[in-house]
Design a binder for this molecule. Structure first.
Ligand SMILES: [Zn+2]
Length: 362
């Protein structure tokens, strides 16, 4: 089979099979099953089985080259616990709905169909199963394969049809303030109040925001104290920070690590750090140009580009090589009950992928 002969109905049926095999990240057995279903579809569509193996205890789908010049990167886990999305599958006109359809099982199907026309000696389609929880077990593999690839194309969903040329990096910090307990009624002056100390830090942390640069530093979970009549000895605060550039992420990290308590007898301890680095536009520029040229050649209207707040595995790949993200499904509603995919775009984006890959390989 090749793309020209591809029947859109077959493509949709394959997406249906993949969506109906629910695969929340936390359910390892379900993730093993979805990889198996993906392999069955691969055999039928491309005539070849994928290699399936465990990386740090979780299953990976790998079809094509063992040392790929181009990686088509996908994940097959979803954010939807079993039974939480109903109906499990629905088609209405040009729209298909189901858990993980848009994020990003349709992207996987598009890439798989593209593999029918691509050189398996130079290209690999890889799917992981823990992207939605931060890719703890698959990060190493993603970075390893990105180091030797000349491009990584990420099949995360498009946003309003546009590819993603920039993604914020994410960082998580926990700040602990160690004070000293004392009786709040009898001798409060002998204590060092961790609640008071951390409240002063919250103000300083908020000052680290740079909305004009897209940098957010958000104090989230706050805990302090033990009982009503005890001066709190310990307070902890969690912080979610995101930014478009590494320079900004490093600025925030440095400021957080050098916070000082108002009371010099209190002690501050900072844990955590940068999780996914930002995907910066210098890593995506060339591939985006190739993408638009490919669209033009196919007679598709310009794709357009967007920068977004959320991170993906493209952020890890972008440390080492050229990346373009958002090459997957056209639709909307990631992580929402409105999640849906545009059916006519599936074939179109699959062709776009083939055209792009062949251009990069030239
Ligand atoms: Zn995703």
């Amino acid at each position: 089979m090749n793309l020209r002969q591809t029947n859109p109905v077959a493509m949709l049926d394959d997406l249906k099979a993949l969506v109906q095999c629910e695969s929340p990240t936390e359910d390892l057995a379900a993730c093993r099953k979805v990889i198996k279903v993906a392999d069955e579809i691969s055999k039928r569509v491309t005539g070849k089985n994928a290699e399936i193996f465990d990386e740090n205890g979780r299953p990976i789908f790998w079809l094509g080259s063992k040392s790929p010049k181009i990686v088509l990167l996908c994940h097959l886990d979803t954010v939807w616990p079993k039974g939480s999305f109903a109906p499990l599958w629905e088609v209405a006109g040009d729209i298909a709905r189901g858990p993980g359809s848009y994020d990003m099982k349709a992207g996987f199907i598009q890439a798989l169909y593209a593999m029918t026309e691509l050189d398996h000696n130079q290209v690999a389609l890889i799917a992981t199963t823990d992207e939605e929880t931060g890719s703890e077990t698959s990060r190493e593999l993603i970075e390893r394969v990105s180091k030797t690839a000349s491009a990584v194309l990420v099949l995360e969903s498009a946003i309003d049809g546009k590819v993603k040329v920039g993604r914020k990096g994410t960082a998580m910090y926990t700040i602990a303030v160690h004070g000293r307990a004392a009786h709040a009624g009898l001798e409060p002056e002998k204590g060092i109040n961790a609640t008071v100390e951390i409240s002063k830090l919250v103000e300083k942390i908020i000052d680290l925001n740079r909305p004009e640069l897209g940098t957010s530093v958000v104090p989230t979970v706050l805990k302090s104290g033990t009982t009503t009549n005890t001066v709190p000895a310990l307070a902890t605060l969690e912080i979610d920070s995101r930014s478009f550039t590494m320079a900004e992420m490093e600025r925030v990290e440095k400021e957080i690590r050098t916070l000082k308590p108002a009371n010099p007898e209190a002690k501050i301890e900072v844990t955590g750090g940068i999780n996914r680095p930002p995907l910066e536009e210098n890593a995506t520029k060339e591939l985006y140009e190739i993408c638009e040229a490919a669209a033009k050649k196919l007679g598709i209207k310009p794709i357009g580009s967007a920068v977004v707040g959320g991170a993906s595995d493209g952020n890890f790949a972008g440390i080492h090589t050229r990346v373009l993200d958002g090459l997957g499904a056209v639709g909307s509603g990631a992580h929402a009950l409105t999640e849906n995919v545009s059916i006519p775009h599936m074939q179109e984006r699959s062709k776009l992928l083939v055209e792009m890959v062949n251009e990069i390989l030239k």
